[in-house]
Design a protein around this ligand. Structure first.
Ligand code: FNR
Length: 186
């Protein structure tokens, strides 16, 4: 059966490399995975007071994640952590208490940077939150996507070919991870 997977992109920039990587994932996904970006740019900043009259975008977002069988985060690193944009979406999905939409959804993360350190800090800060939220995050292969500009400046480049090959393997491993972690659930 086809697994519906939500892609969360941690950047709002029109020319975002993270979004380009997400688009490559959609293009390269194995037949068992149906990937779709779930937008997070319209979510009001989390404020518990708003739960009295829950904002429409929060409701829509929570429903969209609930309908997914898994989630893949594609994120840049901001100051060695995840962008506030993405943390806000995680917080919105985690509430009200006891009704988190993240619980037990198999997850994965690809961290993206034009720099050389793979956005490692963002990757692992994200993992810290998802451990608490009971999301089984795929451990291997890790996806630290460094020097990402080279992959998109020239689609014919060896860097791009290497990226695509890596993403294919990453997504295949993730499909297995989803199957493994949801085995026996109805
Ligand atoms: C950055 N950038 C950055 N890069 C990195 O590798 N580690 C970091 O800690 C940071 N910190 C950081 C903070 C802020 C506020 C900005 C705006 C940027 C650079 C970042 O990787 C670069 O702008 C990417 O292109 C952002 O990702 P998108 O928008 O291309 O997906």
């Amino acid at each position: 059966s086809i697994q519906k997977i939500g892609l969360l992109v941690g950047s709002l920039r029109a020319a975002s490399y993270s979004r380009k990587v997400a688009a490559e994932m959609i293009r390269l996904a194995p037949s068992g995975l149906q990937l779709e970006i779930v937008e997070i740019g319209d979510l009001p900043l989390y404020n518990e007071d708003l739960e009295q009259h829950t904002p429409e975008p929060w409701l829509r977002f929570r429903e969209a994640i609930r309908a997914k069988d898994g989630i893949i985060f594609v994120t840049p690193e901001y100051n060695r952590s995840i962008p506030g944009l993405l943390k806000n979406a995680i917080d919105v999905g985690s509430r009200p208490s006891g009704k988190s939409v993240w619980n037990r959804k198999p997850g994965a993360v690809a961290s993206v940077t034009p720099g050389g350190l793979g956005a490692f800090g963002a990757n692992h800060h994200l993992r810290q939150a998802m451990v608490f939220l009971n999301v089984p995050m795929m451990q291997q292969p890790e996806a630290y996507l460094s020097n990402i500009a080279a992959c998109f400046n020239d689609p014919q480049s060896a860097d791009r070919a290497r990226l695509d090959k890596f993403l294919e393997g990453f997504l295949k491993a993730y499909a297995d991870w989803v199957a493994e972690t949801t085995q026996g659930r109805k």
